[in-house]
Design a protein around this ligand. Structure first.
Ligand code: NAD
Length: 225
């Protein structure tokens, strides 16, 4: 097992957070940053940040902090973002369109380069300079454009079929927005973005007044059609 295999998922997920802030610092011509500053800005424990970054080598200098551009370069290397990574998106409905438009802001070598839909009325539409292609062209485009990652923004019922297409085409990383569990071979990494579960679970943390007598369902209220 290589050293990188042992890095926990929590650390891997924090690295892009560091990277985003470091990019901001770099854009403001700030050359160095301490773990205290990073921690204060990102609401993380500085000791945690030092520990995370120590996994990958001795980047910081006592009393000086981290060299911003060096740290950006190192985190990009660790995340394998030191080379272009091409992404395809399937499902150009409400969410797919929003993400395709957001593409402009994706930095760090990752880019949505192709978008697909099964609806003939959407094929040929242009979203943020990308032409919607028929989903039948997915496999060929993945090969031609060397696409490594797939994004799924189709309804839950269609998501497995789209995942199968991605896998067959050779994609080994999938970001799934559809609220369904995908079955894929072990060597395919799935990241699930579950907007609804995230939102609904927030309810647990709300401190309702125990005297509150307004319990009921949304259907009871005139606000809901
Ligand atoms: P949508 O109905 O607006 O868009 C879905 C798109 O997928 C359509 O363009 C449709 O033609 C296409 N599609 C359907 N089957 C396909 C297939 N087999 N191959 C290729 N394309 C296919 O839906 P949406 O609101 O954009 O949501 C998309 C997914 O994301 C859903 O699973 C939804 O639950 C989830 N989601 C949506 C939101 C949101 O804010 N809209 C938020 C979180 C999660």
């Amino acid at each position: 097992m290589t050293k990188q295999d042992k890095i926990s998922e929590a650390v891997v997920r924090r690295l892009p957070v560091y990277l985003r802030y470091l990019n901001e610092l770099s854009a403001s011509d700030i050359l160095t940053v301490s773990s205290q500053e990073l921690g204060a800005r990102l609401n993380l424990n500085p000791a945690q940040i030092r520990k995370d970054l120590a996994y990958f080598g001795d980047f910081g200098r006592k009393g000086v902090g981290y060299n911003v551009s060096y740290l950006i370069e190192k985190i990009r290397q660790i995340l394998k973002l030191d080379r272009p990574l091409y992404v395809a998106l399937v499902g150009t409905g409400n969410l797919g369109r929003a993400l395709s438009n957001y593409n402009t802001y994706l930095k760090d070598n990752m880019k949505i380069v192709s978008i697909f839909d099964a609806d003939p009325s959407k094929v040929g539409m242009v979203i943020n300079n990308l032409v919607v292609q028929p989903v039948e062209e997915l496999a060929q485009t993945v090969k031609e454009k060397n696409i490594a990652i797939g994004i799924i923004t189709v309804p839950a019922a269609a998501a497995q079929k789209v995942a199968d297409r991605f896998v067959e085409a050779g994609v080994r990383g999938i970001l799934n927005f559809a609220p369904t569990v995908l079955r894929t071979p072990e060597d395919v990494r799935i990241h699930q973005t579950d907007f609804t579960a995230d939102l609904l679970s927030l309810a647990y943390y709300m401190n309702f007044d125990s005297e509150d007598t307004t319990k009921g369902t949304l259907e009871d209220e005139s606000l809901v059609d």
